[in-house]
Design a protein around this ligand. Structure first.
Ligand code: BG6
Length: 485
């Protein structure tokens, strides 16, 4: 039997422009939806389900508020000016791949300019060239929670079909400019998250939706993203021969709380809904049960003539997903809840939790891999996995994050088992290999990195980078191609 990880396995990490770059108004960049996410000092993170309130008023206030200190994603970790140093650290760990995203607003500040912003294009070109020089394969997400705010305000984001054309134009520029540098692409980060946070994912402002129709607007916007995704897949394949386009799903593997058929049915439905998004992007059509579910809810999606053919024709080459924790579902009310990635589940008594209440389930990663590979029979890549934790810097500057090492060790062990049981997994990019601003809470203190960044929630600090214990551990894992955990 063939043991362990395949040769050329893409070990690395994943970051997103809006959570690291900062420099939100530098070199012509426009405001994105991420730039209006405020830090709330007294958030009860354990109860946090991730649905940050948004309204036209909040957006308007944020646009006029030039004080970057309240909006941590405007400063990120200043990757815009530290990227060379950060790439060198990733290379030191032996990274074979780095997942990054392109901020649409660096290329088209409002999304609608006639010509792209050269400064923005140059930034990513330098970044990708340096990655190539260091032997780090770029995996590039076109949309990771950072659409131009202007499109949100003007069109209610992806609710409007015109955004499809604006996005395909942006993507086309990226494919053309980076055709010799980037082979692996992803369209929408966690495309399913539109249902949980429609503003962050698709620029939808609830008070701009017709009364009682917010859910319908969300599904309409999602349809636009599906169509856009298929169109850019076609474009990518045409412009970059041999390129690979993937979809990206938040894998929210859900278990029934008991074997009571009520729990089992509810769980089945949760999992069907979770897979619906990648089903469309892999199989090229909406699942029958989902179409019926929408119909039963009275939700009508406007599909233009030709949409069905577009979806069918341009499906993805591989399936990528994030995995942080599993969820548990029960038909019974009143059970104790556990927090998760922008979602709440019933507390699973068999699992420990992170400082933020997310339940740690390494075996759930193996279950997810088996499930996804059996369903799609496409190459898989895990493009996010990790634990947010409070790190303590010792007097001598060291950081002993053994809890993080344990988290990763167990997840990687189960990845290996899945591979040995037949799953075609070609890479693993852990989330936040360097501390960054949290997507959900905009906190800096929720740290994911192997590399510590000296900055607190309010933005105080030197921004100096330092190696945690986990840095040396991950380096060893990559160096041994996963054999030495
Ligand atoms: C994923 C997102 O959902 O979870 C990332 O794609 C995010 O952008 C990650 O950072 C972890 O969530 P959080 O809220 O802890 O940053």
């Amino acid at each position: 039997m063939k043991k362990g990880f395949p040769d050329n396995f893409l070990w690395g990490g994943a970051i997103a422009a809006n959570q690291v770059e900062g420099a939100y108004d530098v070199d012509g960049k426009g405001l994105s939806v991420a730039d209006v996410a405020m830090y709330k000092a007294h958030l009860d993170v354990k109860d946090y389900a991730g649905h940050v309130a948004i309204s036209s008023k909040i957006v308007e206030n944020a646009i006029n508020d030039k004080d970057a200190s309240s909006y941590p994603k405007r400063r990120g970790i200043d990757f815009y000016h530290h990227w060379k140093e950060d790439l060198a650290l990733f290379a030191e760990m032996g990274f074979k791949a780095l997942r990054v995203s392109i901020a649409w607003t660096r290329i088209f500040p409002t999304g609608e300019e006639e010509t792209p912003n050269e400064k923005g294009l140059e930034f990513y070109e330098s970044l990708f060239k340096e990655m190539r020089r260091l032997g780090i394969e770029p995996i590039v997400t076109l949309s990771h929670y950072e659409m131009p705010l202007s499109l949100s305000v003007k069109y209610n984001g992806w609710a409007d079909r015109r955004v499809v054309g604006l996005f395909t134009r942006f993507s086309n520029i990226c494919f053309t400019r980076y055709r010799d540098l980037v082979k692996y692409w992803l369209t929408f980060n966690e495309i399913d998250s539109i249902i949980r946070h429609p503003f962050t994912t698709a620029g939808i402002i609830p008070d701009r939706c017709p009364d009682g129709k917010e859910e319908e607007v969300v599904f309409q916007a999602l349809h636009h993203q599906f169509v856009a995704s298929a169109l850019v897949t076609e474009d990518c394949h045409r412009i970059i021969p041999g390129s690979q386009m993937g979809c990206m799903l938040t894998k929210l593997t859900t278990y029934p709380n008991t074997c009571n058929p009520d729990d089992v049915e509810l769980t089945l439905k949760k999992n069907l809904l979770n897979h619906f998004y990648s089903d469309v992007q892999v199989f090229g059509e909406y699942p029958v049960l989902i179409l019926r579910m929408l119909e039963n809810k009275g939700i009508k999606i406007v599909m233009e003539p030709g949409d069905a053919e577009i979806l069918k024709k341009h499906t993805v080459d591989y399936v990528s997903f994030s995995y942080y924790m599993s969820l548990t579902e029960s038909a019974r009310e009143g059970l104790e809840k556990a927090a998760g990635n922008t979602i709440l589940g019933v507390k699973n008594p068999y699992l420990p939790s992170t400082d933020w209440g997310w339940q740690i389930d390494p075996k759930g990663l193996k279950i997810s891999l088996l499930e996804l590979y059996d369903r799609y029979k496409k190459p898989l890549i895990i493009v996010e996995n990790g634990m947010g934790a409070v790190d303590k810097v010792e007097a001598d500057g060291t950081i002993h994050d053994d809890y993080r090492v344990t988290y990763f060790r167990e997840h990687i062990r189960y990845m290996k088992e899945a591979i040995e049981e037949g799953v075609e997994l070609f890479g693993y990019t852990s989330w936040g290999p360097i501390d960054l601003v949290s997507a959900g809470t905009s906190q800096m203190s929720k740290r994911y990195g192997f590399i510590y960044v000296d900055q607190d929630d309010e933005g105080n600090g030197t921004l100096e980078r330092s190696r945690k214990d986990s840095f040396y551990w991950y380096k060893k894992v990559i160096g041994s191609n996963g054999a030495d955990l």
